[in-house]
Design a protein around this ligand. Sequence first.
Ligand SMILES: Cc1ncc(COP(=O)(O)O)c(C=O)c1O
Length: 473
Amino acid sequence: MILAFPKITVKSYSIKTHVSDMEFIMEFDQKLFDNVIKAAKSFETSLNTRPVTPNEDAIHALNQFDEPFINSGMDAKDVINMLVEIGEQGVVSTRGGRYFGFVTGSALPVSIAANWMAGAWDQNSALSIMSPLAAKLEDVAGKWVLDALDFPAECGFGFVTGASMAGFTALSAARNHTYKKLGIDIKAYGITSAPPLKFVMGEEIHPTNIIALQYMGYGKNEFHMVPCDEQGRMIASDIPKLDDHTIIIAQAGNVNSGAFDPFNEICDKASDANAWVHVDAAFGGWTKVSKSRCHLTNGMERADSWSLDCHKWLNVPYDSALAICKNAESLTDMFGVTAPYLIEGAMREPSHHTPEFSKRARGLEIWAALKHLGKDGLSEMIDRTCNHAKHFASEMEKLGIIIMNDVVINQIVGTFDDEERVDQFIDKVQKSGKTWFGPTVWKGKKAFRISVSSYATTDEDIDIALQAIKDAL
Ligand SMILES: Cc1ncc(COP(=O)(O)O)c(C=O)c1O
């Protein structure tokens, strides 16, 4: 798998800048970018043979970076050579097909190439006047995501760093909108004198939602936590009485089991009460595009807002996610920034939809990934990773491993009769360098968790990982 790159021709130039009495010479060397491409290609071709995670010696080698910051600078080419020569040893091969830790997507080559171009162009996607290209491709990519997920076309969306920030963004918009409906302007008067809101979520909610609410000023003892079933799904009959002061957070894809909350029941209760429903759809939201598993997301589209990671299952580079709100104005009301010097154009203004103003042009990679995959390629990628997980789990079961969850999407939770075996087992697997996954606690028992989120995973990768598991057992 080698990135095919067009020949890039660049001119050498040098800039001399006087800063007080010191003279700096910044030179652009043609070879700088050529070397980067060569190093990236060589890394790409090493993915099948290099250890999935660095060993202790490789991590120790990183100490070569511990040098004092000195007066004189280094030639740019040498800086990058040093980065590659020392740094590559400390890289975790999440780009490959055998890293199953956390929920970690790889990055499609087309999205890496788009990311490089966005970096080379150094575009600021705050305002369309700063980068018409970034503004256009955010708009296009956002609309394609809505289309892919069957969300209403009138939804608003903001491009942010990850699902944590997407949650914060959507929940802040939800709060502002909820108060606005009650005739309260918290942007003018703050929330201290406003009547309290009620936050309801499942006990299995991802902790980053709690953090989002905490930096919005709430404490976790204020939240109503709804009990969950054995798969981690909110038990709808245990949802307390909702009202128009309520924001309820549901989940598409439990971080361990991959389970989905019962969206239709939640949305029925919320719409009767005029409450806001937010869905943390960080990775599980992409299940909507699956041909075989989209039924799991039934009713998700009825929510008012969603957080959706792109750096996980869409397989684009970090950091990348979307906050989506059905009522587009709820985002722009909350985050629209105006000042006399901020010139607005005729296009959609990216910064009006996010807490951040200046930001990188994430839309380019998302557009490139979607353009490359098409609807069919996208749903095939999601189905393929789920199928790998299903096969992986059934082979592990044959080895005597207890699979604790229904493997409905790409997530597996495994353990042993004797849970004390788990730590040593994980350690052995990790040290093999052939694959990597980590621990969790599921339903009170020590366990390990596997997430097949990389487009690059092949049948052979699963076989190699299974062999590493057999060896460890
Ligand atoms: C369900 C869920 N929500 C939120 C997050 C946080 O996402 P991010 O790391 O992109 O901020 C994760 C991360 O794994 C997740 O699985």
